[in-house]
Design a protein around this ligand. Structure first.
Ligand code: C2O
Ligand code: CU
Ligand code: CU
Length: 506
């Protein structure tokens, strides 16, 4: 008895442990399932028909400039902290350029020498990069051109590329997502006085449309990552040029919208709720050879498109993003913004519209990039490219100037990625998508697919200062899905980047 009782007593704590573990396991499973169901159900965002368009779309100011004796057009930009009303009252803490949120639009003519004095009053180190611009590497504003707090960095170059809608944003390695999200970004237009006649009256029939998704925590911007996803910050509200619930009064027969996806992670598939079609005239690097009539257009982070819309007089229509085709699996699509519908901007047309230029049937002739002499391949997966995470001291590729290369970029994980290359505008091969028929600097790369990009490297060489290539999903970029290339002269070797010297330079 004693033995049995003793043995029973000995077994009893075991049972308690087993029972306890089972209860705990059941609890964990229940909570996980509940959390999963909660995130599954709450992940989709659908604001169709629910946004009240009560605020006139803010138009970023045109940046002031002066022209120096030698013809250089000179701008001054100050990155600063501030507060702005993004729809949650006036106290939302933001960052901006020459203002509280976002920055002014810079404009320069093709052929014009420019200089920008970039002053950093953010209280922490940052950089400012000219996305899409053909510039010397040392002027590019990438992770190596750090601007210390209180300092001014003054890059200068001669604008030499076709008319295009470019943009600027910080590029500090590891912090690009945060700096852009807080509000440092703006447009940089390149004008070509010899180009075709198009609607071009800034703020009247030529409108910057900077689209960003935001998430709020009370009246402050939330920097929390999307749950169950690696994509980073995904917002459930849209701002256009920093305006929540924006409408635009249209006074002309045609309105040209220069749409920039300046969101950290979200891809959009733009169209109009009334089924209105529109004309795509330009992509990242400038005008398409011919205009293309579309009813929807997908843009991943960093991409731009210029579209011309004819809103019938006395009517209104809503620019709406319907679920973008990310090509990702169910999971990554659902938690990566692939099932979301979001209202963006209402266009309200006056009863009588002013006549303005029609779109010509031929817009431009694209440069012949020649035949590639070098082919490189890049695999995007797990926060790395070709298995290597970004290293500021490692040069991943040395390109010889005045050569054409073919870059084959493959997305080998299930995540949505895109690919952006500094310094050049490339051509996307093997596609009949008219939206990819022009010069591009950023392209979406579907899971499991390969894009082939033809690019030509010209003018600037620097064996010691690299340009970047990376996924423009900013969290992926920050986490290491980025690499560095230098453009060198014939027979020249890339220099060794000395990290200590580099750090000392900081
Ligand atoms: Cu828009 Cu490397 O950046
Ligand atoms: Cu760039
Ligand atoms: Cu990515």
């Amino acid at each position: 008895m004693d033995e049995t009782g003793g043995s029973r007593r000995r077994r009893s704590p075991w049972r308690q442990v087993v029972a306890g573990v089972s209860v705990a396991a059941l609890f964990v499973v229940t909570v996980s399932v509940a959390a999963f169901v909660y995130f599954w159900v709450t992940a989709p965002v659908n604001t169709a028909g629910q946004v009240e368009f009560t605020r006139a779309l803010q138009i970023p100011e045109l940046a002031e400039s002066t022209v120096e004796a030698d013809g250089t057009r000179r701008f001054a930009l100050e990155m600063q902290t501030g507060t702005a009303d993004l729809g949650r009252g006036p106290a939302t803490q933001t960052w901006g350029v020459n203002g509280d949120y976002l920055g002014p639009t810079l404009r320069a003519d093709r052929g014009e020498p420019v200089r920008v004095d970039v002053t950093n009053e953010l209280g922490e180190v940052s950089t400012l990069h000219w996305h899409g611009m053909h510039v010397p590497a040392a002027m590019d504003g990438g992770p190596h051109q750090m601007v210390e707090p209180g300092e001014t960095w003054s890059p200068h170059w001669t604008v030499d590329q076709p008319a295009a809608t470019l943009w600027y944003h910080p590029h500090l390695h590891g912090s690009t997502a945060e700096h852009v999200y807080r509000g440092i970004a703006g447009m940089f237009y390149i004008d070509d006085p010899n180009g075709p006649v198009l609607p071009d009256r800034y703020g009247i029939d030529d409108i910057p449309v900077i689209v960003q998704d935001k998430k709020f925590d009370g009246d402050q911007l939330s920097l929390a990552d999307q749950m169950l996803s690696s994509i980073g910050i995904l917002g459930d509200e849209i701002l256009v040029n920093g305006t929540p619930g924006p409408y635009l009064d249209v006074s002309t027969e045609r309105v040209r919208l220069r749409v920039l996806n300046a969101s950290n992670a979200r891809a959009y598939d733009f169209g109009f709720d009334t089924g209105l079609t529109f004309t795509l005239i330009a992509s990242d690097g400038g005008l398409l050879p011919e205009p293309v009539e579309l009813d929807s257009l997908q843009l991943s982070p960093g991409e731009r498109a210029e579209i011309v819309v004819e809103v019938p007089p006395g009517t209104s229509t809503v620019l709406r993003s319907t679920p973008p085709d990310l090509g990702a699996d169910f999971w990554n699509s659902r938690f990566g913004g692939g099932v979301d519908t979001m209202d963006v901007l209402e266009l309200r047309s006056a009863a009588a519209l002013e006549n303005n230029p029609e779109i010509p049937r031929r817009l431009t002739e694209l440069d012949d990039l020649g035949e590639p002499t070098v082919t490189r391949s890049f695999k995007l997966s797990s926060n790395a490219i070709n298995g290597r995470a970004m290293d500021m001291t490692r040069i991943d590729a040395a390109v010889e100037v005045d050569t054409t290369e073919l870059w084959e970029v493959r997305n080998t994980d299930g995540q949505p990625h895109n690919f952006h290359v500094h310094d050049v505008q490339f051509r996307v091969l093997d596609t009949d998508d008219p939206a990819l028929s022009g010069a591009k600097d950023t392209v979406y790369v579907r899971p499991g697919e390969t894009v082939r990009l033809l690019m030509r490297f010209e003018d600037y060489t620097d064996p010691a200062v690299p340009y970047m290539f990376h996924c423009h999903v900013l969290r992926h970029e920050d986490q290491g899905m980025m690499g560095q290339f230098v453009v060198v002269g014939p027979g020249e070797r890339p220099a060794v980047i000395d990290h200590d010297a580099h750090a000392g330079h900081r």
